[in-house]
Ligand binder design. Structure first.
Ligand SMILES: [Zn+2]
Ligand SMILES: [Zn+2]
Length: 177
């Protein structure tokens, strides 16, 4: 079975960016990508202390409502995300699991091409984690960790040779089952 990925807009998300992310995920993973029905803004994950949304809580919630179809789920939110011990995160994923989330908040840019490219990189990065990939030292590999938006702009939307080999093996295993 080829990999399949479902994008879930969490709140009101520009459909152009969702389409771009979908196309990028199809290219990166050879996956069938669908854009699911949007869910309300995840108020349950909002922290009034930091005025951000908790990435781990959203991932956990998406995981509890995730069906066992084997598809990956990528939540997309317009608001800023945080995780314990960080000021913000661009996204979060279950490593080797099925659920991830990305925030568009810090990716926004007047140049739509740059904005879409950033969203594509962060989406591929987080879904890469769900296929079991960790962070990569190669700063142009899409699996390089982004501390700042500059890191995101430096990295490409491609996997380095090492990450690509691991990923292709994991995808092939999934297709064989
Ligand atoms: Zn990461
Ligand atoms: Zn890599």
């Amino acid at each position: 079975m080829p990999a399949s990925i479902r994008i879930i807009p969490l709140g009101d998300i520009d459909s152009d960016v969702l389409d771009e992310v979908g196309a990028a995920l199809t290219r990166a993973f050879g996956a069938a990508v669908t854009i699911g029905e949007s869910q309300p803004t995840p108020k349950y994950a909002f922290s009034p202390y930091v005025h951000q949304f908790s990435a781990p809580i959203i991932v956990h919630k998406l995981a509890t409502t995730h069906d066992a179809s084997g598809a990956k789920t990528l939540g997309v939110i317009a608001f800023d995300l945080f995780a314990p011990q960080t000021n913000y995160v661009f996204g979060e994923a279950q490593v080797g699991g099925e659920v991830a989330v990305i925030s568009l908040y810090r990716l926004l840019e007047l140049d739509r091409h740059v904005y879409f490219e950033r969203a594509a990189k962060e989406a591929i990065h987080e879904i890469g984690h769900t296929f079991g990939l960790g962070h990569c030292d190669d700063d142009v590999c899409v699996m390089h960790f982004s501390h700042t938006i500059e890191d995101t702009d430096i990295k490409t939307s491609e996997f380095c040779t090492t990450c690509r080999v691991i990923l292709d093996r994991v995808i092939a295993l999934g297709e064989a089952t």
